[in-house]
Design a binder for this molecule. Structure first.
Ligand SMILES: Nc1ncnc2c1ncn2[C@@H]1O[C@H](COP(=O)(O)OP(=O)(O)OP(=O)(O)O)[C@@H](O)[C@H]1O
Length: 401
């Protein structure tokens, strides 16, 4: 595990009191609004900033412990750092930039040069100078350089923030590949919920220097008290599913989970494949009786188990199913009009479901597969390098990259 339990008062008056545990593989997103302390945490882990008190440890390597008087020097922490801007050495070729990362480390070279070059698709750029690269290409080289320093932990501080949407779209599949195929924990700073949803397995939600919640993405995503941070349009529930059927004529697939079946736009995965369904609270409306003459296909019966007043005119209604829970975002006016209260039986009508094909054991929605035909290749998805470990053959996201 990655253990961070620190306090730091900055000269500006900002006070960080952060306590979080992150898994030692996959991507943990540090998520929150501007100024909440994400970069400060990254700097504390890297060692460029020192906490007032606390402890930072990655596995059994203690970076900082005020009680034990441990302050591991930066160069011995073995962290790779990727910034918003690539910060490549302008006078060196791409290859020299990459080799620099490799030369600087004394750690065992388990991440190979050729593997990194293939994984990031930068083989054709090796002889180029940084000023001739696009923003996305520069970032891929910067990621490669960080990886070749053989880090035990990769820190990424809004690595896509300086890129336009098109470049982001180009680089995201490489980050997914990295996440899926390298056994390397990544702390990933972002204030984009879309990035968090797509990339991360776990998330720490921050506000005003405090960690409000930390855990599997599915858990954090459904907590109505985080609505001000996550935003009312992205709060929701994630279910583990299995693809159980395709109806090519109707353009629909069926995915089944513990509480029933969902009909979704055709999923490019074979029957029997695992998948994840994300249902946003805003896409769930409620009916007191079994809905018959409505167009919504997916309906599930459950019992209201909680109502939380949310931002503005909205309330979050938690609906307990036989096994799991759903959340519905309705107006407070609807709560009053329908007389909704805990214990009542309701029908949840689900207007939209997003399905992805993350391997079991991950709890993030990852890439969305909204409607590709089953044989559709993965556009933008970089091919796996044969030298890389494949986490779960055949479970790669198949959708738009
Ligand atoms: N060098 C500094 N000295 C004093 N205060 C600082 C310094 N750098 C940042 N701060 C303050 O610390 C707080 C947290 O900053 P931090 O950069 O960690 O936020 P962030 O969540 O990463 O924000 P953003 O998403 O905008 O990058 C802010 O209030 C900021 O003004």
């Amino acid at each position: 595990m990655i253990e961070i339990d620190v306090t730091l008062a900055r000269s500006s008056g900002f006070c960080l009191e952060a306590n979080l545990m992150a898994p030692d593989m996959g991507i943990t997103a540090l998520f929150g609004r501007s100024g909440c302390g994400k970069t400060t945490i990254i700097q504390l882990v890297a060692g460029s900033l020192t906490p007032d008190r606390g402890r930072i440890a990655v596995g059994d390597v203690v970076f900082w412990d005020s009680q034990q008087g441990i302050n591991l020097p930066m160069e011995q922490r073995g962290v790779g750092y990727v910034f918003q801007d690539a910060r490549l050495f302008p006078h060196m070729s791409v290859e020299s930039n990459l080799r620099y990362g490799e030369r600087r480390t004394r750690r065992a070279r388990t991440i190979k040069f050729d593997t990194v070059v293939a994984m990031l698709g930068i083989g054709h750029l090796l002889k180029r100078q940084p000023h001739t690269l696009s923003g996305g290409e520069k970032q891929r080289v910067a990621i490669g350089r960080a990886l070749l320093s053989q880090p035990r932990l990769l820190l990424m501080d809004e690595p896509l923030a300086s890129l336009d949407e098109m470049r982001k779209g180009e680089i995201l599949p490489y980050l997914e590949l990295l996440r899926d195929e390298l056994k390397l924990p990544i702390l990933y700073v972002s204030h984009s919920i879309e990035e968090v949803l797509r990339l991360s397995d776990a998330v720490a939600a921050l506000s005003d220097g405090k960690v409000l919640a930390c855990g599997a993405l599915a858990d954090v995503l459904s907590r109505p008290e985080l609505l001000p941070i996550i935003g009312r349009f992205d709060l929701g529930t994630i279910f583990d599913c299995t693809v159980t059927g395709h109806d090519e004529e109707m353009g629909l697939s069926t995915v089944s989970f513990a509480d029933g079946d969902l009909r979704v736009p055709l999923v490019g995965r074979p029957v029997g494949a695992p998948a994840r369904a994300r249902i946003r609270s805003r896409d769930v409306s409620l009916s007191l009786s079994r809905p018959i003459d409505v167009s919504v296909t997916n309906r599930i019966c459950g019992t209201i188990s909680g109502i939380t007043r949310a931002e503005g005119p909205f309330s979050d209604v938690e609906v307990s199913l036989a096994h799991g829970k759903l959340h519905s975002l309705v107006t407070q006016e609807s709560v009053l009009r329908l007389g909704l209260e805990p214990g009542m039986t309701v029908w949840a009508m689900i207007k939209a479901v997003t399905v992805d094909s993350r391997p079991p054991g991950f709890s993030s929605p990852g890439a969305e597969i909204l409607n590709p035909p089953p044989s559709h290749p993965a556009p933008g998805r970089p091919p796996a390098h044969p030298a890389l470990r494949v986490v779960s053959a055949g479970t790669r996201p198949q959708g738009p990259g």
